[in-house]
Design a protein. Sequence first.
Length: 404
Amino acid sequence: MTPRWDLLLTHATLATLDGEQPFGLIKDGALACANGRIAWVGRMSDLPSAASAVRTENLAGKLLTPGLIDCHTHLVFAGNRVREFDMRLNGASYEDIARAGGGIASSVAAVRAASEEELLQQSLPRARALLRDGVTTLEIKSGYGLDLANEGKMLRVARRLGETVGVGVRTTYLAAHALPPEFTDHADGYIDAVIAWLPQLHAAGLVDAVDAFCEGIGFSPAQTRRVFEVARALGIPVKLHADQLSDLGGAALVAEFNGLSADHIEYTRDDGVRAMAAHGTVAVLLPGAFHLLRETKLPPIAQLREHGVAMAVATDCNPGTSPLLSLRQAMQLACTHFRMTPEEALQGTTVHAAKALGLADRGALCTGMRADLVAWNVAHPAELCYWLGGDLAAQVIVAGQPSL
Ligand SMILES: O=C(O)CC[C@@H]1NC(=O)NC1=O
Ligand SMILES: [Fe+3]
């Protein structure tokens, strides 16, 4: 039977992220889409001669990759915190600012004051900026509402962003991000509330995963564990802001719950890496926050490689530690600061990022996967980590449809 495709892209340099070749590279390749899925991928010389498509486009050697997946963002927020940026340039630490009532708390006030529509309108430009730079799936966390109504507002805005911009969105409930003013000095009572709100938000279809900020200026391992136990009882996967500023054993804790990912992990020790390897927990590396905070403690990249822990890379787009609007820039920082290879960085924003979100239908150029694709104005995948800035995405295709 002659295949009848919707779209056929020819003469492309395919970075499939599949197979034995570095980047899964196929020179002079072709890829066909049908009904939003990849229907055929391979060498031009193997293309079925009778194949035809509604639209055929010759990419003339351009690089074609899977759509990029930003697996860790706080993209929904109001206002910004440029003043803190200036304070940090003058020597204040992230903790100093948080303890002085700035930091996350100031974003909480702004989100609570914003309507759902205002929050959507302020967040749309950030989602569109990431899309223009090749992102076709976004994870978006709550965590600036810190009460039921405002956490729900954030999660609804996250869902609406996906519908409005036309990208895939996975939501993460991060009410355990900071202590709201009404619970000052009463962290355990706030965790009771965080746990109480979860079933209702999950029943409303707003929660795909649960996260917490396990840190000296966040919540303790014991408080984190309480949240995770309720998530597990509800069948919701977990992930964790783990060991970012100190070693609290966060990576081992989220691995114990078969967590999707441990994120940041600058201070994670070998036992945490081994636990992640044993449980298939992905390491999500966030070089934007490392860079903006001028952190010096590197995540345990060598141990992650040694133990075969999948490494993802994300923007951590947020107004405090990582106002980063380019996942490609995060890849560049991951190579420059963390010495990841360009192949590891691209794996980190495709196949490994999909794993960090529990998604098996995207992240590589394989038959049957979602036809989320980016055609780039470059010839080799390493250039995605090489160029700083620039407008490299020639076409972004989501579920087989051009999105730009
Ligand atoms: O500063 C913010 O607004 C969020 C910072 C972000 N959240 C977290 O737990 N760690 C981070 O880097
Ligand atoms: Fe974060």
